[in-house]
Design a protein around this ligand. Structure first.
Ligand SMILES: [Fe+2]
Ligand SMILES: [Fe+2]
Length: 265
C-alpha cells in the first residue's frame, strides 16, 4: 500500500488544507476488510467479474507524476502551499485502491494485468494537454467508477469484495468533490463561452467513455441486475452533479464549503 510522508505547509487559508486533513484522516483509518472470510468466488462469478477487477486494479494505479508536474506550475495553485501535499495524498489514496484490489486478485488467484489497451488510451489522453485536461480525464473515470463499484458490490456473494467496494465508493464520492474544486478553480475567471465549450467537450468525453465502460463491463452490471438504461441514467446524473459543482465553484469566491456538498450515494 502506498504511504506518503508529508510535512504540513505553513499556510492555512486554502480550501485544500481541509482536503489535506481529509486524506490524512482517511489514510490513518484503513477499512476493516474481512480477509479471513473463507468465501471464494465461484467459477461463474469469476467469469462475470474477474476481468473487470483486473482492469480497474490496473487503472487505479498511477504515480501521478504528470499531474503533479502540471499542478506545480499552474497559476491557479502556484501560491497555494496546501495544494500539492493534498494532491500527493489523493494520488496515494488511488494507489491504495489499486493495492487493495491487487490483494483481492492475488487471493482469488486471478493474475494482475500489467497493461491494457484502454488503460494505455487513458494514460495517453492525460498526457495530451495541461492540468485541466488531465483532471477532466481523471474525474471522468471517477464519475463512472461510482456506478461500476456499486454494481460490483452487488454482483457476487463475496463479503470481502463487497466491503472493498463500499470503501472505494466512500473514497470516490469524496474524490468527485475534490476534483470539482480543482477544475472549478482552474476555470475561475474564464468567460462564459470558454466555460461552456469546456463543459461541452467534457460531456462528449464522458459519454464516449461511458459507452466504452458499458461495452467492457456490462457482465458486472448485468450480474448486479442493472440494465443499460439504469447505468446510463445513474452515470449521467452523477456527471450532471459534477458539472454543476464545477460551475458553482468557478463562479463562487467562496470555495472552502465544497467539502461537504454534492452527496453521492
Ligand atoms: Fe480510486
Ligand atoms: Fe478516485
Amino acid at each position: 500500500m502506498a504511504s506518503v510522508m508529508l510535512s504540513s505547509p505553513a499556510s492555512a487559508s486554502s480550501p485544500f488544507e481541509r482536503w489535506h486533513r481529509h486524506f490524512l484522516e482517511n489514510r490513518d483509518s484503513p477499512g476493516a476488510f474481512p480477509w479471513h472470510d473463507s468465501y471464494r468466488l465461484t467459477a461463474s462469478e469469476l467469469r462475470l467479474v474477474g476481468r473487470s477487477i483486473q482492469q480497474f486494479q490496473l487503472a487505479e494505479w498511477a504515480r501521478g507524476r504528470g499531474f503533479v508536474r502540471r499542478a506545480s506550475s499552474h497559476p491557479a495553485f502556484a501560491a497555494d502551499s496546501w495544494f500539492l501535499p493534498a494532491l500527493k495524498l489523493f494520488i496515494a489514496e488511488e494507489q491504495d485502491h489499486s493495492g487493495i484490489l491487487g490483494c483481492f486478485l492475488d487471493r482469488e488467484r486471478i493474475p494482475r494485468l500489467t497493461n491494457h489497451w484502454l488503460d494505455r488510451i487513458f494514460r495517453r489522453l492525460r498526457k495530451l494537454a495541461g492540468l485541466e485536461a488531465c483532471a477532466a480525464v481523471l474525474v471522468t473515470a471517477e464519475v463512472l467508477a461510482i456506478p461500476f463499484y456499486q454494481a460490483l458490490r452487488d454482483a457476487t456473494r463475496s463479503r470481502l469484495l463487497r466491503s472493498i467496494c463500499v470503501r472505494i465508493l466512500h473514497d470516490e464520492a469524496a474524490h468527485l468533490n475534490y476534483q470539482a474544486l480543482t477544475l472549478g478553480l482552474v476555470r475561475r475567471g474564464l468567460c462564459g463561452r470558454s466555460c461552456k465549450i469546456r463543459s461541452f467537450c467534457h460531456a462528449v468525453l464522458f459519454r464516449g467513455t461511458a459507452l466504452l465502460l458499458w461495452q467492457q463491463h456490462r457482465s458486472v452490471f448485468r450480474a448486479a441486475g442493472w440494465d443499460f438504461r439504469r447505468f446510463w441514467s445513474d452515470a449521467c446524473r452523477q456527471f450532471a452533479l459534477l458539472q454543476l459543482r464545477i460551475w458553482q465553484i468557478s463562479l463562487s469566491q467562496r470555495c472552502a464549503d465544497s467539502f461537504d456538498e454534492l452527496r453521492l450515494d
